[in-house]
Design a protein around this ligand. Sequence first.
Ligand code: NAP
Length: 257
Amino acid sequence: MKLQGKVALVTGAASGIGRAIAEQLAEEGASIVIADIQDKAGEEVAAANRDKGHKAEFIRFDVTDAASIEAGFAETAKRLGPVTILVNNAGIAKAAPFGKTDLAFWDLMIKIDLTGPFLCMKAAIPGMLAAGFGRIVNIASTAGQTGYPYCAAYCAAKHGLVGMSRSLAREYAAKPLTVNCVCPGYADTPIVESAIANIVAKTGRSREDALAELVAHNPQRRLIKPQEVADAVTWLCLPGSASVTGQNIGVAGGEMM
Ligand code: NAP
């Protein structure tokens, strides 16, 4: 229970990797905020964690809307206390050939996957500095470390997230605040299920072939489990990880070296 007394806000925690992260932080004693646009799923995740004896709240949170973020942080402070752990996990992963990547598609990806974390960090950092403890973990991707075809907007957003995190790690290095990225490879979540469905619809290949194409990126030839990402995030949030900042921790079976 090394995170007892800490308040962890995890965006996109109603599903997939974010849910696993929030639950793992709660297991370490943190009070958790399930911050998501999915009301029903978010309420269910919070209730399931309260049933296990954890302090958990669902707070509706749209990372593209500065007013919603401000209200979400204020509501968190009222219900649980100031946020000292922020995990920017909410994201979308849509693919398109560059020729079909129009401005609306580009803007949407950047808005959710890059501007969202920017706004959440702006909202979180003053409270962390005042509390004398802060941990920010940004869920980037191997797409923040290399390029993939048909993913220019996603790769740009995730590379941007990695760059912003490195910059903030340096800027706040003398403060009790760390900023890191965790970079998963293809993981077993609804985002990947829709990527598989997209490949099947566009190419006529079978689901098995589409899945095989995705796992071929991973030297371990499998999808990453959300829990494996959560374990890396939790370690970065522990008090003992104070000297780890500005890093990109790959959770991708050795895809990036
Ligand atoms: P997921 O299962 O789709 O969960 C993401 C959650 O974020 C969903 O509940 C989603 O709601 C929510 N969300 C979307 N837009 C939001 C917004 N504007 N404000 C607040 N919440 C919002 O996704 P996941 O696979 O767990 O992915 C989580 C993160 O890991 C993402 O940043 C993704 O890029 C990254 N990642 C995933 C993989 C992978 O293979 N799964 C690999 C590398 C990196 P909706 O369902 O309404 O969109």
